[in-house]
Structure formats: C-alpha cells, structure tokens
Design a protein around this ligand. Structure first.
Ligand code: PMT
Length: 415
C-alpha cells in the first residue's frame, strides 16, 4: 500500500535559539508518530530554551548538542548523521543560523552537519522554518540569506504573521508544527510512483439554493475525498482538489478549488479533467436542485410548501463524454453510495458512466460512509473482477484505491 512518505525516513531536526524552540518538541513528537526516525541537534542557544532530554523522550533517539563534537565519536558524528539523513529540517531557524548556512559557516554541530549534507540536486532535502522578530526577518541581510539558500534548493516554510516575543504582531512567527510536518511530508513524496501524474479529486457535498438563506445538501463531510487527495500526493502525484463546502484543511501541496453547487463542480471538474491523468469523483453531488430558487427569503406559510426539483447534470458522464475528444483523463474512478443492492447498483453506475473502477460504499453501516473516520468498500473493475476491502480508516481506503490506480495509469507496472 502507498505509505506516508515520512515512514522510516531519517530526519535530522535542527533546533536553534528561539522561544519557538519549545514547539520543536511537539514537532519531533509528531514526526515520530508519523513513522520518521528523528535525530535532533540543538545549538547552544536552543539548549538554553529546551533540553536534549525532552527530544530524546519524544523521539526515542539520541539528541545532540555541540559539545558532543568533542566526545569519543567526535570526528564522525556530523558525517554519520548527514550520511543517513533523508532531510535536514531546521525549526525554528534563527537569523544567525540562516546567515551561517548561507555563507557555509561550520562552527557547531548543526552547521557542520548542514555542510556535510552537500548541495545540489542529489543532496538530501534542506527545509527551514524561520522564527525571529519582524525587523530581523525583513532585514536586507536576512532576505539575501533566504534568497541564497532558496537558490541552492532549500525549501522555506513561513514565517507567519502573528504575536512575536517582542510584543509586535507581524511576520516572524514560526509556522505551526502540523503545517511544517505536512509540508515536509509533501516534499518527501515528490519522487513517488505517480511523479508527473495529475490527479483530480472531488470531495464533499454540494449545496443547492432554495432561496438566499436555505439550501439542499447531504451528509458528506469531505473526509474520504480529502484522504484520497492525501494518498495521491503521498504517491507523488500533483493533485487538484475540487471541494464542496467542508470544515477540513486541505493536505499541503494540493491545488484547491472551492465550489458550492453541482453546476460549479461540473465546470471546475470538466476544466481540470482536460489535463488530468485520473479523475476520482468522491464528492456526493446533489442529484437534484430547486427548479427555481427564490430571489427573496421564502416566508413562513401555513400548509404544505412544495418545492419543484430539477435534475443536476451527471458530472462523471459529462467528463466521459469530453474525454472522447480530449482523451483525458486516462482513467475515471467513481464512488457509489448505496443503501441496498451494493454491487449490482455500483456495477450499473460503472457501466452507465464509463468508469475504469468504482468504489462501492455501503453507506447504511454506522462505521462506514458519511462523516465517520472509517469506511468499508468493495472495488469493482471494468473487466468484471471485484475486491472486497475490510473496515479501514478513510486514509487506508484512499491509499488502497490509489495503489490500484497506479497500474491503470502506468501499464508498464503490470509487466
Ligand atoms: O465525505 P464523507 O463524509 O467522508 O463521506 C464519503 C462518501 C460517503 C460521500 C463517499 O465515500 C462516497 O460514497 N461518495 C459518492 C457519493 C455519491 O454521490 O454517490 P452516487 O452513487 O450518488 O454517485 C455515483 C458517482 O457519480 C459518484 O462518484 C458521484 O461523485 C458521481 N456523480 C453523482 C451525481 C452527479 N450529478 N454527478 C456525478 O458525477
């Protein structure tokens, strides 16, 4: 199954002397929970804010300070750390550290290790999350250092606008650990099996206006669709996520297009499909919309209010029609939300909509379908074979679907 790109990756977390150093412990913990092997290097200034023991406790790995350079293993420590590293993440990075890295300084364990990583396209990823006062960050010297490091291939995340230690509210705050982690996850996924593929995923519900304040919708939360976007990114794809209204944060690296109605989703999907290698329609598109939405708020009335509905366009069928001329997307994957006759209804939808694969989703179960974090599905392929998957998290279901899509996108993988 396609995996979280952080799994079993050797990450060196460099922590430098900023008050944001306390957040680095949370970051180290989150990286470890995502399966990474995390070795922490603290500068002397960082060790005044937080101790190496805090990092050792959350990572289960040794955490180093510059004094370790003078121990028994001194001559190989930085080389050994650099040699096995998949990435060096410096969070928080102070102005002093940026200056040191930009000019190739090497007077402590962190800067020595950074230099030992090498530079150029084959060097491990260098990702930097700066944290400093706003004036220090906007200073021409710091900006030049950021530019130099970016030119050499370093990836920056943040800093963000927010409350700074000086009392200012300005740009200089370290990005939140979860954002840093997700950005690193994205950066490490770029050489996956779907590198160079463009996958469009639709997610969430649509809303169909009744009047200016009311709409028809459904119980989709977008969880399954956002999980598919994440799994496709993890496999190295470029992902466009066309999302109906949800409360979710899109995975780092997605091109997000917000839509509200089925008609808006159809426009966005037809447009993205022209360049997509695969379209995965996870969205719960409203099949009907009010035939004539009222221009003013409908007033309370006695008795029964009738609401004439008209059919929405079938987006998958429209994309299938368009691909007769564009030849894109190469593969179409649909979902079928069913409460009865699961596989026969799904099979019928697969045929009618011209799909390569349909994910039949029994939405009558309490632990599957709408809103919950787990799902239970059966995969039906155009060649007639079926595959029943057990109850899994929505991300695991998504990873399984993406894994099945890889050979359909790269036929040589079948050989
Ligand atoms: O968002 P969650 O809370 O995580 O819930 C996930 C889910 C239950 C919404 C998801 O797993 C799911 O089953 N999505 C498909 C929902 C659906 O609309 O199924 P359907 O059987 O009505 O439609 C079949 C397929 O046609 C779907 O791929 C749908 O996106 C597509 N469709 C539907 C209507 C329409 N007008 N145009 C379409 O393209």
């Amino acid at each position: 199954m396609t995996q979280n790109p952080l799994h079993k990756k050797n990450i060196i977390l460099g922590v430098t002397g900023s008050i944001a150093a306390y957040k680095a412990a949370d970051l180290a913990s989150k990286l470890t929970q995502n399966g990474a092997i995390v070795n922490v290097i603290l500068t002397d200034a960082a060790a005044k804010f937080i101790s190496p023991l805090s990092f050792q406790s959350v990572t289960g790995q040794p955490a180093y300070i510059s004094a370790d350079l003078w121990g028994a293993e001194a001559h190989v420590l930085h080389i050994g750390l650099a040699r096995k590293a998949d990435a060096l993440l410096i969070a928080p990075a102070t102005a002093n550290t940026l200056a040191k890295l930009a000019r190739g300084g090497a007077d402590d364990l962190l800067s020595l290790t950074a230099l030992a990583l090498g530079s150029g396209p084959d060097a491990p990823l260098l990702m930097i999350a700066p944290a400093m006062d706003a004036g220090m960050y906007s200073h021409a010297a710091t900006q030049e250092n950021v530019e130099i490091l970016t030119r050499r291939g370093a990836v920056f995340i943040g800093p963000e606008e927010g409350h700074l230690a000086s009392g200012l509210v300005a740009k200089g705050r370290m990005s939140e650990p979860i954002q840093i982690l997700e950005h690193l996850r994205y950066q490490l996924s770029r050489s996956g099996p779907l590198k160079g593929c463009h996958i469009t995923v639709t997610a969430g519900p649509t809303q169909e206006d009744i009047d200016p304040v009311r709409f028809l919708s459904n119980r989709s939360t977008g969880k399954q669709g956002y999980a598919l976007a994440q799994a496709a990114l993890d496999a190295g794809a470029d992902v466009t996520l066309i999302s109906g209204p949800t409360h979710l944060t899109p995975p780092a690296g997605t091109r997000l297009i917000h839509v509200r109605t089925a008609i808006e989703m159809q426009h966005a999907t037809l447009s993205a499909s022209k360049t997509a290698d695969a379209l995965i329609m996870t969205a719960a598109v409203a099949d009907f919309r009010p035939a004539q939405p009222a221009e003013q708020k409908i007033k309370k009335a006695k008795g029964v209010l009738s609401l004439p509905l008209m059919q929405n366009p079938d987006i998958l069928a429209a994309v299938n029609q368009q691909r007769a001329t564009t030849l894109m997307p190469k593969i179409l994957i649909g979902f079928a939300a069913e409460t009865q006759s699961l596989t026969s209804n799904a099979e019928d939808k697969m045929r009618r909509k011209g799909l390569n694969l349909i994910v039949a989703n029994d939405v009558s179960a309490r632990d599957a379908g709408f809103a919950v974090d787990t799902n239970r599905v059966t995969l039906l392929y155009a060649d007639g074979h079926q595959e029943e998957l057990p109850l899994m998290s929505k991300l695991e279901i998504a990873a399984a679907v993406i894994e099945r899509a890889i050979p359909l996108l790269n036929p040589q993988e079948n050989v």
